[in-house]
Design a binder for this molecule. Structure first.
Ligand code: FEO
Length: 397
């Protein structure tokens, strides 16, 4: 796709990747994606904002050459160094010769890691400006959206905000603008859930920083450019990133996978102990529960207990499917426990506990394990674990 002038002297010069179906291993992309790059031409200087994935380097440089002599490029602004936006950076630096790379301070180590050499990037701080002549770029440091390096670039007087991943979506459409493409609200929300949701507090901080700006257009680096209902999209992010009002009632969610009902029995006893400690409890059989249906509930819960039988020395797939779905949630400090019945080895509860700990949850004591049919002692240990969960949750408040 050739470059498109999105307003006087500002060009989309990215790449469309409509056939992509899985992004970064973790995301479905049924409508493909785009790697948006933008060229801003000032009266005296020009700047390229973000580049594209390495595999699109050839067409990208060709397109850039349609707009300017690459040797005349003054600045390459790197809002984010993840390779889908910086894979072509080495080739761009080489082709343009003397262009100055511009990035946030936090991005320098990533830039060096990408290029394996020090290109002496200009490291900008909050509010720093680059004068392009008749227009200027102002930098807004917006870390952890979703890497430590991220920043926004604001073009004055045009009022265009370049946000890289923030407010983006995996959605390829050559019509480019949100008022021209079909409804992509599902992709917009899915992108937030997977990429921005773990960083809700940073999302809110960034929204506060840009609240006073006069924004006419938002140019993210994936998906459509937002030039209509800009406030609506900003409001969506604010709503989604705002913490849910905590329930007065503390809540435990118990998940289990069980072949013969033994692990289920342990889970029920943990639930009973937690209820005795004043908690409300939800119990889910993972053989009949899709992880995506419960992630919101997990994020809102105060505690989680996960149980699995052991097969071939491991927890079973429905359990791992759940655990691998939790990486995008902020679970730090949530109370957690694991349990499971087993035949002769019983490693599953230990592996589950490790994973819950890796997710920064506060894992209580040793996992409860029961060989085959739980004994009265096993059930008592589970009931006690449920009470401990209740007490640990109460101690946090
Ligand atoms: Fe689209 Fe974080 O890269």
């Amino acid at each position: 796709m050739h470059p498109v002038e999105i307003t006087d002297g500002v060009y989309w010069t990215g790449a469309q990747d409509p056939d992509l179906r899985i992004f970064d291993v973790i995301m479905h992309a049924p409508r493909g994606t785009t790697y948006n790059s933008y060229l801003v031409q000032g009266k005296q200087r020009n700047a390229l904002i973000d580049v594209v994935k390495a595999s699109f380097t050839g067409p990208f440089l060709e397109n850039l050459g349609r707009l300017i002599d690459p040797a005349s490029l003054d600045y390459v602004v790197v809002n984010h160094t993840e390779p889908d936006h910086s894979g072509a950076l080495a080739a761009v630096i080489e082709t343009t010769g003397s262009a100055q790379l511009v990035c946030a301070k936090n991005a320098r180590r990533f830039v060096e890691g990408l290029l394996n050499r020090d290109v002496g990037p200009m490291q900008v701080n909050e509010g720093d400006e680059l004068d392009l002549g008749d227009r200027k770029l102002r930098f807004i440091i917006a870390p952890f959206l979703h890497w430590p390096d991220t920043m926004f670039t604001y073009l004055e007087p045009d009022g265009i905000l370049f946000t890289c991943d923030f407010l983006g979506a995996h959605y390829a459409d050559e019509r480019l603008f949100n008022d021209q493409v079909d409804d992509y609200s599902h992709e917009f929300r899915y992108y937030f859930d997977i990429i921005m949701r773990p960083f809700k507090s940073y999302v809110l901080e960034a929204l506060d920083k840009i609240e006073a700006l006069d924004i006419t257009m938002i140019c993210p680096s994936h998906g459509p450019i937002l030039r209509e209902k800009v406030d609506y999209y900003l409001r969506c992010y604010r709503d989604w990133a705002s913490q849910p009002t905590p329930d007065a009632e503390k809540r435990l969610l118990v998940f289990y996978a069980s072949s013969y009902g033994n692990t289920a029995r342990l889970g029920e006893e943990i639930a009973a102990g937690a209820r005795e400690a004043g908690m409300s409890v939800g119990i889910f059989d993972l053989n009949a529960t899709k992880p995506e249906a419960v992630v919101d509930a997990i994020e809102a819960a105060d505690a989680v207990a996960v149980g699995s039988l052991t097969i071939n020395g491991d927890a079973v797939k429905p359990v791992w499917d759940l655990l691998s779905s939790l990486a995008t949630l902020n679970l730090r400090g949530k109370v957690a426990a694991s349990f499971g019945s087993f035949g002769w080895s019983g490693e599953a509860p230990k592996f589950i506990a490790q994973r819950l700990g890796d997710l920064k949850m506060k894992v209580l004591g040793e996992p409860v394990r029961a060989q085959l049919v739980p004994t009265a002692e096993d059930l008592a240990a589970c009931r006690d674990l449920g009470r401990q969960i209740g007490q640990a949750v109460a101690a946090k408040t």
